[in-house]
Design a binder for this molecule. Structure first.
Ligand SMILES: NC(=O)C1=CN([C@@H]2O[C@H](COP(=O)(O)OP(=O)(O)OC[C@H]3O[C@@H](n4cnc5c(N)ncnc54)[C@H](OP(=O)(O)O)[C@@H]3O)[C@@H](O)[C@H]2O)C=CC1
Ligand SMILES: CC(C)CCC[C@@H](C)[C@H]1CC[C@H]2[C@@H]3C(=O)C=C4C[C@@H](O)CC[C@]4(C)[C@H]3CC[C@]12C
Length: 293
């Protein structure tokens, strides 16, 4: 009996802890109503879909990317869908002054900021590493340093609103995949920077959440163009992906894994059977589909 109690009580404790942990707050679209949100890389792909979801939820939206004509169309659609307000700023994230300018625009136009969604990525190649160090530097500036610059300038506003930072990363920011060498380096850098910063926020009681989004293959035009012929993996829908990112950000989750089965489960292998994971990853590639570049 005594032994049974010794096992049963901790077991019940664990069950209760699990129940308590999983019964966390549920997402309601009203959570983002009236919130002031920046979405970067929102002229197309997942960023564009996030803008539309935010519009339906009644947020104030500030979007950015390089192509003005596309941004204009996305803003128009956001207004049709019910955004509280929708504006754009066009420019390149190769330029840190532009990254900071976007944040300043939120201050001027919206009077503050509740959520900063960092989503843009510069164009890269999907193929063997070609030795171009200049490209790695440029991609680090676009995919990583501009995220740092925007976070730094948005922090006073985010502290004020007790807001959220959402960082869109990838499975390629947690595991090495073939053909994404420069891209993968930039995504691993994001994990280092933002996971460390989250720890400091916790120590300093800074109530700004950081959500790192670990995405698998998503059916955006650029991803399909680059990799559909090579990967034996079905891409997940960008609309659903965009909604899951917003949900995780609104719930102040630490990380999002989308889709769960093709991201979280393979990652369980990473620390215990890295060689097996590497092998399984390679087995999902069709090398004769690779374009010459
Ligand atoms: N699709 C996928 O399979 C996966 C995507 N992800 C991540 O999801 C996020 C979105 O990806 P996805 O929607 O596929 O990307 P897209 O290629 O569809 O969109 C990229 C966006 O970034 C903008 N952009 C590109 N270069 C620059 C630049 N120099 N300065 C400013 N903006 C720029 C583009 O607009 P413009 O050209 O007008 O500037 C566009 O709006 C990225 O962080 C990506 O790493 C993660 C895992 C898988
Ligand atoms: C085998 C399984 C364990 C999981 C497989 C998931 C793999 C196939 C997923 C995970 C991360 C994905 C890449 C990514 O993050 C972003 C881009 C940029 C885009 O412009 C071109 C496509 C590309 C390279 C994706 C290609 C597919 C990748 C490697």
């Amino acid at each position: 009996m005594g032994r049974l109690q010794k096992i049963l009580i901790p077991f019940l404790g664990l069950v209760l802890a699990f129940w308590f942990y999983s019964a966390r707050e549920n997402f309601k679209p009203e959570m983002l109503k009236g919130k002031r949100v920046i979405v970067t890389g929102a002229s197309t792909g997942i960023g564009e879909q996030m803008a539309y979801h935010l519009a339906r939820m009644g947020s104030h939206i500030l979007i950015t990317a390089r192509t003005e004509a596309k941004l204009q169309k996305v803003v128009e659609r956001c207004l049709e869908l019910g955004a509280a307000s929708a504006r754009y700023v066009s420019g390149t994230m190769e330029d840190m002054a532009f990254a900071e300018h976007v944040v300043k625009e939120a201050e001027t136009l919206l009077g503050g900021l509740d959520m900063l969604i960092l989503n843009h990525v510069g164009t890269s190649y999907f193929g063997y590493f070609n030795g171009d160090v200049g490209h790695v530097r440029k991609l680090l500036e676009i995919n990583f340093l501009s995220y740092v610059a925007m976070t730094t300038s948005a922090l006073p506003m985010l502290k004020e609103s007790e807001g959220s930072i959402v960082v869109v990363s990838s499975m390629a920011g947690k595991v090495g995949f073939p053909f994404t060498v420069p891209y993968s380096a930039t995504k691993f850098a994001l994990d280092g920077f933002f996971s460390s910063l989250r720890q400091e926020f916790s120590i300093q009681s800074v109530n700004v959440s950081i959500t790192l989004c670990i995405l698998g293959f998503i059916d955006t035009e650029s991803a399909l163009r680059a990799a559909a012929e090579v990967l034996l993996v079905a891409p997940a829908p960008r609309e659903e992906c965009a909604l899951e990112i917003l949900r995780a950000g609104a719930l102040r989750r630490r990380e999002l894994y989308y889709r769960y089965g093709s991201t979280r489960l393979p990652l369980l292998l990473r620390d215990w059977a890295a060689e097996l994971l590497d092998y399984l990853v390679r087995s999902r590639y069709r090398l004769d589909g690779l374009k010459r570049n």
